[in-house]
Design a protein around this ligand. Structure first.
Ligand SMILES: [Ca+2]
Ligand SMILES: [Ca+2]
Length: 236
C-alpha cells in the first residue's frame, strides 16, 4: 500500500494526496508525476506491507531512488539515505526465515527533476531482481469486511520445563499474529512478528530452553482482530 503526500522537497510528509495499492516498487516517473493529483516535484511516499522471503537467508535490499529513501524490515531500519540523490543504489541487509512474513516500510521523497523508486533484492544464492509482487502483501489480509476475528488460545504444558511451549490457537479467520514474551520484570524476551495462521486450528511451538525459570507473559496481538490478549506461563 502506497500513501502519497505533498512535501517541501526535503522529505517532509505534508498533506496526504493519494492512497493506492502498488504491487511492485519499480517506478521510473522521469520528470513526470506518479498521478495527476500529485505534483511532479516535491512529493513523498510511504509504502507499507509485508514481505516474505523465497527461502531462509540473508537478503540484501538494493534501493535505487531519486531522491531519498529509507527502509525498515521487521521494524529495524536497514537503509537510511534520506538525502537528495540520483538513482544510484543504496543497500541494507537482513535475515529472513522461510515461511514467515515480515513487516516492511519504505519511505521515499522526490525533490526535483527525475523521480525513480525501485526495490531489488538478492542473496548469495539469488541474483539481484525486483522484489516480486508474489512476495509482497498488503498491510491487512483480505477478509470479509465487518467481521472480527475471534480466536481462542491455550498454552501447554504450563508450567513448562524444557523443550517447547505449545501455543494452540483457534481462529475464525485467517489472522496475522504477533507474539511477545515478557518476563516478570517487564522485559521483552522474545518477539515474533506478523505470522500468518489459517482458519481453524494452528499450533505454534515456542522454544523455552533459553528462558530462565520464572513467570512470563505471552501477549498475542491479532492484526485483523486488532486486539491484544495476555496469558501467563511458568518456566521451571
Ligand atoms: Ca529527483
Ligand atoms: Ca520530478
Amino acid at each position: 500500500m502506497g500513501t502519497y503526500y505533498d512535501s517541501d522537497g526535503s522529505g517532509s510528509f505534508n498533506q496526504k494526496l493519494l492512497s493506492r495499492v502498488d504491487s511492485l516498487l519499480n517506478f521510473n516517473w522521469e520528470n513526470n508525476s506518479p498521478d495527476p493529483v500529485l505534483p511532479a516535484d516535491h512529493f513523498s511516499v510511504r509504502w507499507e506491507g509485508y514481505i516474505e522471503p523465497l527461502f531462509s537467508g540473508y537478503y540484501t535490499f538494493a534501493l535505487a531512488t531519486d531522491d531519498g529513501c529509507r527502509v525498515w524490515v521487521n521494524n529495524q531500519q536497514i537503509i537510511d539515505a534520506w538525502v537528495d540523490k540520483n538513482d544510484y543504489e543504496v543497500y541494507g541487509s537482513t535475515y529472513m526465515e522461510n515461511g514467515k512474513r515480515y513487516p516492511i516500510r519504505v519511505e521515499y521523497y522526490e525533490n526535483g527533476g527525475g523521480a525513480v523508486a525501485q526495490m531489488r533484492w538478492s542473496t548469495p544464492k539469488m541474483d539481484k531482481a525486483i522484489v516480486p509482487q508474489s512476495k509482497l502483501y498488503p498491510l491487512l489480509p483480505k477478509y470479509d469486511s465487518g467481521q472480527k476475528t475471534i480466536f481462542n488460545w491455550v498454552l501447554a504444558p504450563n508450567p513448562v520445563g524444557s523443550g517447547y511451549l505449545h501455543l494452540g490457537i483457534e481462529a475464525s479467520h485467517k489472522e496475522y499474529l504477533s507474539l511477545n514474551i515478557i518476563d516478570a520484570a517487564g522485559r521483552l524476551v522474545r518477539t515474533w512478528d506478523a505470522n500468518p495462521i489459517d482458519e481453524a486450528q494452528s499450533v505454534l511451538d515456542i522454544p523455552v530452553d533459553d528462558l530462565a525459570p520464572g513467570i512470563y507473559f505471552v501477549e498475542l496481538i491479532g492484526q485483523v482482530y486488532a486486539g491484544k490478549t495476555v496469558k501467563q506461563f511458568i518456566k521451571i
